[in-house]
Each structure stands twice: as structure tokens, then as C-alpha cells.
Design a binder for this molecule. Structure first.
Ligand code: F6P
Length: 326
């Protein structure tokens, strides 16, 4: 049983809108329980470089609506090495930190899992990634904002696609998960949606596009989720162009715009709940787990499961996109 007097909170991996709302919730919940909080800047790198900043209630004023993360984040490959993790632990202990809240995705949880199993420090995770690929929660913080950002961008692309009779190949993020692709595909009425989980070959894609043209559809949106077997949007477009040379095509990669911006109401609420619950879980002596929300209920999932199992896309949604995009 740990007596928790000082919590360290950090954001790690790719940033996600709503991380600030989660930091705010952790700080304010800890304050409520009279526990001190230290912000660790730049995730695991900050532990190695002793980037510790004391946080009070006012430190997190007016950040609930801000994108990015005020604590900053990083990817820190050194953390895969035991010696670096030991140094990080020594630095944390010297700072008087006796528990950690990690806000991030599966890479961040893998780091936390290693640290927690080797050293005497309780750690609880809060799932935040635009990819929505973490097992143990219906939604990750940042996903809702990312799909809304992508949807608005694709709507704009649709305007110009229609005006010029162009077929646009639009690449969305998601690493190797198709949640962003699938949801934006439905929401924008994309003609084709490619996701990594469902194999489509170039011949069937071209066959479909030619059939569409016969129906006098001369413009279109093809969403290409990154991580798919046919490659990037540029690669898919070039393969289509080789087979259907009279097609006028363009490629847009939405890129990091999907990670930025003010979080939606859903993301702010989810982040506030999970940040609050993370502190509660530590006080209830939980460690090595991620707090999530499934079917409206708070869940605790061991880091190992959260990282390895991955959320699965709903294949029926894929069927719906196909039926509705005729
Ligand atoms: O995990 C979030 C994410 O934005 C993925 O969707 C994407 O594949 C990756 O991070 C991009 O990472 P980076 O910004 O390091 O290129």
C-alpha cells in the first residue's frame, strides 16, 4: 500500500486534443485530495532531463479548450533501455514523486508498464491518441476532435472536387487503425474508403471507379487511411492513374492538422472524467492499469492488455459506407 503525497503527471507520444483537459483534471483532482502535483515536461525525456515543474490549481487555468499539451510531449526511444528507465526512476524519486499518471497511447503505456514492473512506483494511464486504437475504452481522448477536423477539411475538398470534376485521394491518419478513415468516410459520403483492416486490391478499386464514371460521377473522394496495404494516398492515386489515364486526380494528405485544434465537447468531457478517475484509481491503490470508459462505465485495464489487444473497427460500419456511397 502506497501513501501518495506527490503525483507526477506527463503527456507522451503523439499529442492529442484534450490532453490539456486531462492534465487539468489530474491536477485539480489531486489538489482536491490535498496531494501535490508535479508536471513532467516532454514525457519520458523530461524524466531523464529532470524537467519537473510544480503545478497548482492556477497552473491549469484556461487550458481546457486548448489543443496540444502545455506539458509538451516527445517520443523517447532511450526509454526502451533499462538503464535509462532506472535513471528516470531515480530522478523521479529525488523529486519526491511517489506516483505517476501517464496520458498517451500504447507506446507510452509500454514505457509505463516496464517502469512500473521494475521499480516501486504506482502508475495509472489515461488513453489519449487520435487513432482510437487502445483496447479497454470505447474512445480515446482526441479521436472525436480529429474526426471532426478531418471531416471539415474533406467537406472543403469536396467543393473543389465537384467544381473541377476531380477525383481526390485524401489520406487520413490512424497509424495502422482505420477508425479515422471509417468515420470520416461515412460522415463525408466518400465514394470509397480504404482502411488497413480490410484488404482491397487495386483492380477492384479501378473497376469500381470506372463503373462510377459510367453513372456520370465525374468527381469523388477516396479516403485512404495510412497504414493500408496499398500504400499512401499518393501511391494509390498513381496506381489508379496508370490504369485509368484519363482520370483527373489530386492527392491531399491531411497530416498533422488532425492532431491540432481546440478539443470538442466530447473530448473535453472524456478527458475530465478520465483524469479525475486516474487520480481516484491511484488512491484506491491501483497500479499498472489504464482507466477507460466503456458503455458509460469506468473500466481499469492492465497496461499489457491495453497495448497488445487493440480496439477493432466495426466491420458493419464499412458495409454501411459502401451501401450509402452509391
Ligand atoms: O499516433 C498518432 C499519430 O498521429 C498517427 O496517426 C500517425 O501515424 C503518427 O502519430 C504520426 O507520428 P509523427 O508525428 O511522429 O510523424
Amino acid at each position: 500500500m502506497h501513501n501518495i503525497t506527490k503525483i507526477g503527471v506527463y503527456t507522451s507520444g503523439g499529442d492529442a486534443p484534450g490532453m490539456n483537459a486531462a492534465v487539468r483534471a489530474v491536477v485539480r483532482t489531486a489538489m482536491f485530495y490535498k496531494i501535490e502535483v508535479v508536471g513532467i515536461q516532454m514525457g519520458y525525456r523530461g524524466m531523464l532531463e529532470k524537467r519537473f515543474i510544480p503545478m497548482q490549481s492556477q497552473s491549469v487555468s484556461k487550458i481546457i479548450n486548448r489543443g496540444g499539451t502545455i506539458l509538451q510531449t516527445s517520443r523517447c526511444p532511450e526509454f526502451e533501455d533499462f538503464e535509462y528507465r532506472k535513471t528516470a526512476y531515480d530522478n523521479i524519486k529525488a523529486e519526491g514523486i511517489d506516483a505517476l499518471v501517464v496520458i498517451g497511447g500504447d507506446g507510452s503505456f509500454r514505457g509505463a508498464m516496464a517502469l512500473e514492473s521494475e521499480q516501486d512506483i504506482p502508475i495509472v494511464g489515461v488513453p489519449a491518441t487520435i487513432d482510437n486504437d487502445i483496447y479497454g475504452t470505447d474512445f480515446t481522448i482526441g479521436f472525436d476532435t480529429a474526426i471532426n477536423t478531418a471531416m471539415e477539411a474533406i467537406d472543403k475538398i469536396r467543393d473543389t472536387a465537384q467544381s473541377h470534376n476531380i477525383v481526390f485521394f485524401v489520406e487520413v491518419m490512424g497509424r495502422d487503425a482505420g477508425f479515422i478513415g471509417l468515420n470520416t468516410g461515412i460522415a463525408t459520403g466518400a465514394e470509397v474508403t480504404l482502411v488497413p483492416e480490410i484488404i482491397t486490391d487495386i483492380e477492384s478499386l479501378c473497376y469500381y471507379l470506372v463503373a462510377e464514371r459510367r453513372k456520370n460521377k465525374t468527381s469523388g473522394i477516396i479516403i485512404v487511411s495510412e497504414g493500408g496495404p496499398m500504400g499512401s494516398a499518393a501511391e494509390v492515386a498513381s496506381q489508379v492513374q496508370q490504369r485509368i489515364p484519363d482520370y483527373d486526380t489530386r492527392v491531399t494528405t491531411l497530416g498533422h492538422i488532425q492532431r491540432g485544434g481546440s478539443p470538442t465537447c466530447n473530448d473535453r468531457v472524456l478527458a475530465s472524467i478520465l483524469g479525475y478517475e486516474a487520480v481516484g484509481a491511484l488512491l484506491d491503490n491501483h497500479t499498472g492499469v489504464m482507466v477507460g470508459r466503456s458503455q458509460g462505465k469506468i473500466t481499469l485495464t492492465p497496461f499489457g492488455e491495453a497495448c497488445s489487444k487493440h480496439n477493432k473497427i466495426d466491420h458493419s460500419l464499412y458495409e454501411i459506407t459502401k451501401i450509402l456511397s452509391v
